[in-house]
Design a protein around this ligand. Structure first.
Ligand SMILES: [Zn+2]
Length: 143
């Protein structure tokens, strides 16, 4: 990693893009598929593409492990989206549905949801269980 650019993996097609650090908040798009790379909105990842996107993205990644039946998860979803907007260009916020993606959920030993996991270079560096407000989500990504 150098100071002038970051590798960002596309959540849609998996292509790894090099984005100038100064342009991270300027709606960079994927060179292969044309979709937004850092839109300021959470992206859904799956067992199939999680490692590629998280492991190849040179920004802090916050994962929201959730499921549709989980009331506190649905309550926290707007706060997570708000945090994603505040962290646009600084961090990648992703959501993993633990029912649909048991492999990733199992690897992180997710026992209760919602659980937030911060990853740097694909390695876990922080974890927060339970629903938290947007400010706390932002702090988790910035610390
Ligand atoms: Zn793409």
């Amino acid at each position: 990693m150098d100071d002038t650019s970051r590798h960002i993996a596309c959540a849609h097609c998996g292509a790894v893009n090099r984005v100038p650090a100064a342009r991270l908040a300027d709606d960079p798009v994927c060179g292969r598929c044309g979709q937004g790379l850092l839109t300021g909105e959470p992206v859904e990842l799956t067992d199939a593409n999680f490692d590629q996107v998280v492991g190849r993205t040179e920004l802090p990644v916050l994962v929201d492990f959730w499921a549709a039946w989980c009331g506190p998860c649905r309550m926290m979803a707007p706060a997570f989206a708000q945090a994603a907007a505040q962290l646009k260009g600084q961090a990648l916020l992703v959501k993993v549905d633990t029912d649909a993606n048991p492999r990733v959920a199992g690897r992180f030993a997710i026992r209760s949801i919602p659980t937030l996991v911060r990853l740097d270079g694909g390695r876990e560096t922080a974890r927060q269980s339970g629903a938290v407000p947007a400010g706390q989500i932002v702090s988790l990504a910035r610390r």
